[in-house]
Design a protein around this ligand. Structure first.
Ligand code: IVH
Length: 738
């Protein structure tokens, strides 16, 4: 691997892991299994070790996954909440022990072995025995205050039980894990299925999503539980070891793990890990490993910690449960963008608490890479998704005559849903470029259904109740072509919708229909950015939708956006600039005369670009680039966009952008650096934008203010060097709030 290749792979892994961190910690919607995630992280750590010049304090290997979301107050932990190093191998576990043995100059020191609970970490503070606060792990040093939601957890004692004369700490941080039982998870999902809502993937994500709800009443309707296992700040210190802590927690009448093993030496710890594996499926919470900790706090102090994780503990992770079964057939699903994706239809098999009969195969590339053929025996695993993933096939047990899968042939060269044309399309796939097939018919029922489901999803217009089944029915009956048609479906029609069959009818019902009607009415008032996102405009994700929503007053203004045209114009000028550069590699200037002429032309082009940047495009982030601009312009210029605008007009739906006319920061540009004491970065940015200001990533002479917090780095130095005023949060608040 060359340094350039290593650097590129490191960057790709960081982006990829960053995305999965966001999905797991903030959205509670992981797309890959923990095992896959750990594998990517391990690859990154190995590369960073081999190429120290590309190491970075900001790498996912160096920080804990951040769970903070908007809407909660941030609170600092008295003692940092750390993550744990983990391993899947006995050899590495023994290496962990060997390191400690050297450090402690002993062999048979005491360990505890306890279950690793698959939930969401939280820190509870008790003052004089009274529960005062619950904070998520967040970024490790500070997290989200979820006290109100925590009070809705019935198993949480609001007071620590007193034991005679024993000292009650003045302040103690007790750490543990919030979880949901399998039974409660299934109850919730059954309820959601009946109401036609999206199903939750697994108990862990549901628990994580629930504790971050902004509605404590809803939290109490779902039964969350908690289990405690670890100590943060404690004053005065009342226990001296992990096993004493476990007993103390029990004495305080706090819920604790079912069993902890108190052992000496690594062989005994390894035996305990095996025992735990045999017991853990009977526990109320999901477990994905064993945590081995040095028992004595004094030993823990000797071993110390890195920024991210203690050296005195390690998580040994059990391999996820897998099962083997036959692949009966490969069917093809059509998504909202028309992409054809293969699905494995399996001989039903029992795996991790339920029966599985389908698995995702992602794309043709993956089928080829894993050498999967119809008739094969497959090994499957539950990943982060509702649908499990296929790990591998067993070619040696393949029935004779099993053929390689050819997606194009399997669908007879046309869309399996609408029979329309399909086209090849290059897509990013693991291990390089792959091809996908895409249905070209915008009005394909599968695409219509997909767009309607998306339109109604939580992050878009939050019209709860319209999931896959309801949407497919509305499309099938031709009641909905484009998502806004949902507004024309009368309440009675919704209420009597038959989601079952003629023989076994299952009506949607009055109650569910009324909820949908209320939600669709409420959605009328949602801001432009939600509508832009919900309308499935190609290339418009949440971030782009937000940017566009802040810069346009309404939908028609987006459709004929001067800003987007300016983005394209700038790209055109930049391209020309590159071509005209006298030293252009493709097209070098030949004579001095030509050189001079082109130099002048370039200066003119630079000036035009600068004028755009300072004018229409001021503050527009780079990711709002020409590809996105072209996509949006084309969409509204085409039939689908025209049709949508007309329909929304007729419905009187006119979502408003969050454009700021003029405010205290109009004409001012801010650069943010470091961690602010109470404001999150996005919150500070929002305040600036709301007051008419702009936010930029780098300091220049044009910067009006640098808003600096703790651990501000080079930007602060640059501001000081350039004489740009530096303000802190207090000053900033005075400016905003007057
Ligand atoms: S001790 C300083 N013990 O796993 C060490 N953590 O992957 C703090 N976890 O952030 C952690 N069960 O949320 C510890 N028995 C257990 C645990 C446990 C689950 C979580 C915890 C931690 C994460 C690290």
């Amino acid at each position: 691997m060359t340094p350039a290749e290593a650097q590129q792979r490191i960057a790709a892994l960081r982006t990829e892991l960053g995305r999965h961190d966001e999905l797991y910690h903030r959205r509670a919607q992981p797309e890959i299994s923990d095992f896959e995630y750990d594998r990517l992280k391990q690859e990154l750590a190995t590369l960073e070790g081999a190429w120290p010049q590309f190491a970075s304090a900001d790498s996912p290997t160096q920080r804990v996954g951040d769970d903070r979301v908007q809407g909660f107050k941030e609170v600092a932990h008295r003692q940092r909440m750390m993550s744990l190093d983990n391993t899947y191998s006995e050899t590495e576990l023994r290496a962990f022990h060997a390191r400690l043995a050297r450090l402690l100059e002993a062999e048979d020191f005491a360990y505890t072995v306890e279950p690793k609970i698959d939930g969401l970490a939280v820190s509870l503070t008790y003052e004089d025995g009274k529960f005062v606060r619950a904070v998520t792990r967040g970024r490790g040093d500070r997290g989200d205050d979820v006290t109100a939601n925590m009070r809705a957890v019935p198993s949480l004692p609001l007071e620590l039980a007193r034991q005679g004369k024993r000292v009650m700490p003045k302040v103690v941080e007790i750490r543990g894990e919030i979880f949901m039982t399998q039974a409660e998870f299934e109850r919730l999902n059954a309820e959601r299925a009946a109401a036609g809502e999206e199903l939750y993937a697994n108990p862990r994500n549901t628990a994580a999503g629930t504790i971050k709800l902004l509605d404590a009443a809803e939290v109490s309707r779902r039964r969350l539980e908690i289990v405690l296992y670890s100590l943060g700040h404690c004053e005065p210190q009342v226990v001296q070891s992990q096993s004493e802590l476990h007993d103390q927690l029990k004495a305080w009448k706090l819920p604790v793990v079912e069993k902890i093993w108190h052992v000496r030496g690594i062989d005994a710890a390894w035996a305990a890990i095996g025992e735990l594996d045999a017991l853990r499926r009977g526990f109320a919470y999901g477990t994905d490993g064993a945590v081995v900790k040095l028992d004595r706090f004094e030993d823990q102090r000797t071993a110390g910690a890195t920024e991210k994780a203690p050296r005195w503990a390690i998580a040994y992770k059990y391999k996820a449960d897998t099962a083997r079964t036959r692949l009966k057939a490969i069917t093809i699903q059509v998504g909202k963008t028309g992409v054809l994706s293969p699905v494995a239809e399996l001989e039903p098999v029992f795996l991790s608490l339920s029966t599985i009969s389908r698995a995702t195969l992602h794309n043709e590339e993956e089928i080829r890479r894993k050498d999967i053929r119809v008739g094969d025996l497959l090994e499957i695993e539950r990943a982060g998704e509702v649908i499990p993933a296929v790990l591998r096939s067993f070619p040696e047990e393949r029935p004779r005559g099993a053929k390689e899968f050819d997606l194009h042939a399997a669908v007879g060269g046309k869309c399996p849903v609408c029979g329309g044309k399909i086209a090849r399309l290059e897509v990013a796939a693991e291990g390089g470029q792959g091809v996908a097939w895409k249905c070209q018919n915008y009005d394909c029922p599968a695409q219509r259904t997909g767009r309607l489901v998306f339109f109604c999803s939580r992050r878009a217009l939050a019209i709860d109740g319209v999931g896959d089944i309801v949407a497919a029915k509305l499309v099938e009956l031709d009641l909905v072509k484009d998502p806004p048609d949902l507004y024309d479906v009368p309440l009675e029609t919704l209420a009597t919708l038959n989601l079952g069959t003629a023989e076994e009818p299952r009506v949607f019902g009055e109650k569910n229909a009324t909820k949908v009607v209320a939600a669709r009415e409420a959605a009328r008032a949602l801001p432009l950015e939600k509508w832009l996102y919900g309308l499935s405009i190609p290339d418009v994700g949440e971030t782009t939708a937000r940017e566009l929503g802040r810069r346009h007053r309404n939908l028609p203004e987006v459709a004929s956006s001067t800003l987007l045209r300016a983005v394209l114009e700038k790209a055109r000028l930049a391209e020309q600039r590159e071509l005209e550069a006298p030293a252009s590699r493709k097209n070098p200037a030949k004579t001095d005369e030509e050189k001079a002429r082109r130099k002048e032309l370039c200066a003119r082009l630079d000036a035009e670009i600068a004028a755009l940047d300072a004018g229409v495009l001021a503050g527009v982030p780079a990711d709002l680039g020409p590809a996105v601009a072209a996509s949006v312009i084309d969409f509204f210029a085409g039939k689908p966009g025209e049709r949508l605008l007309a329909k929304l007009g007729k419905l009187g739906i006119d979502p408003a952008g969050t454009v700021v006319e003029a405010g205290v920061f109009t004409g001012k540009t801010f650069v943010l650096t470091g961690t602010l004491p109470t404001l999150k970065r996005e919150e500070a940015e929002q305040k600036i934008l709301a007051a008419g200001g702009k936010v930029s990533g780098s300091v220049s002479k044009k910067t009006s203010y640098v808003l600096a917090g703790e651990e501000a780095g080079s930007k602060l130095e640059k501001a000081q060097a350039l004489g740009v005023p530096v303000i802190d949060e207090a000053e900033f608040r005075r400016m905003v709030d007057g």
